[in-house]
Design a protein around this ligand. Structure first.
Ligand code: URA
Length: 282
């Protein structure tokens, strides 16, 4: 396989992220037989493992050679691709032309928006990005400086971490849809004010109505509070599915929070495992 092999790169990204988290219980496709060897306890569930993973300095965990892919029997490229098949693979999608048309009409409706004060300092309206037929959608708070400059959500440091999380789930970033509750950057990256959210969030709701994803992941408190209509904070909300208009909604920590608190990646990964199971219909 060449260094530019996309399957290999995706697999590598996924394994790197999982290793960073210390996750050893990789989901297996149903067709793959269970290992018969002595089960290795997941470091994430043991105190010793926790120390190994996050340590005093929060450093990367030492790789567990017993669970390294190199220690497994050699697999063909086809088998490896199947092993990391996207959890979206078998899910039916919304009607493509209809969803794409609804989104482009919505983008036109937003236009060069002047509906709230956020327009004064923004460079670009950051509408959203991804597959109009996505079965998985991520909702953040509002664009930061990088997003404002590029007109695309989650492209800065937090966005790069979000991309890693998505890839670790075995999904490509282009296969999901990513949007924010407000489409213009709040000055100094402050939290959007209630009237700004009230003005802008109907556009998010129309995006959701067009895409009709199976699962929405709310990143951080403002996204979760807005979509779930609650005042609870993300620490209390995360890790438990709610249902909004027939769509499963999983609140989890914002990737910007993970950059400041890497130890919380484990909780996010637990939440993403639930999301993957929901996408598989479990
Ligand atoms: N944080 C968000 O909530 N959204 C973005 O698009 C970027 C950072």
């Amino acid at each position: 396989m060449s260094a530019a092999d996309p399957d290999r790169d995706a697999l590598k990204a996924r394994l790197e992220w999982l290793r960073l988290l210390g996750v050893n219980d990789l989901p297996r496709p149903r067709s793959e037989p269970e290992r018969t060897a002595e089960p290795v306890p997941s470091p994430a569930t043991t105190t010793a493992g926790q120390r190994a993973l996050f340590g005093d300095a929060g450093g990367d965990p030492a790789p567990d050679p017993g669970r390294e892919p190199a220690a497994e029997p050699r697999r063909s490229r086809r088998e490896e691709t199947a092993r990391t098949a996207s959890p979206l693979a078998d899910l039916p999608q919304a009607d493509a032309p209809e969803a794409a048309t609804a989104l482009s009409i919505l983008r036109e409706d937003i236009g060069d928006c002047r509906r709230c004060r956020l327009c004064e300092k923004r460079t670009n309206v950051v509408f959203g990005v991804g597959d109009p037929r996505a079965r998985l959608m991520f909702v953040g708070e509002g664009p930061g400086a990088d997003e404002d400059a590029r007109g695309e959500p989650f492209v800065g440091r937090a966005g790069q971490l979000l991309t890693k999380i998505i890839e670790a789930m075995g999904i490509g970033r282009p296969d999901v849809y990513i949007a924010n509750i407000v489409k213009c950057r709040p000055p100094e990256n402050r939290t959007p004010l209630p009237d700004e959210v009230a003005t802008c969030s109907p556009f998010l709701l129309r995006q959701i109505a067009a895409i009709r994803p199976r699962v929405i992941v709310c990143l951080g408190t403002p996204a979760a509070q807005t979509l779930l209509g609650t005042r609870e904070t993300i620490t209390r909300l995360r890790g438990v599915f709610r249902e909004v208009d027939g769509i499963k909604v999983m609140p989890t920590f914002h990737p910007a929070y993970l950059l400041r608190n890497p130890a919380a990646k484990r909780e996010v990964w637990d939440d993403m495992k639930q999301v993957m199971a929901a996408l598989r219909g479990e």
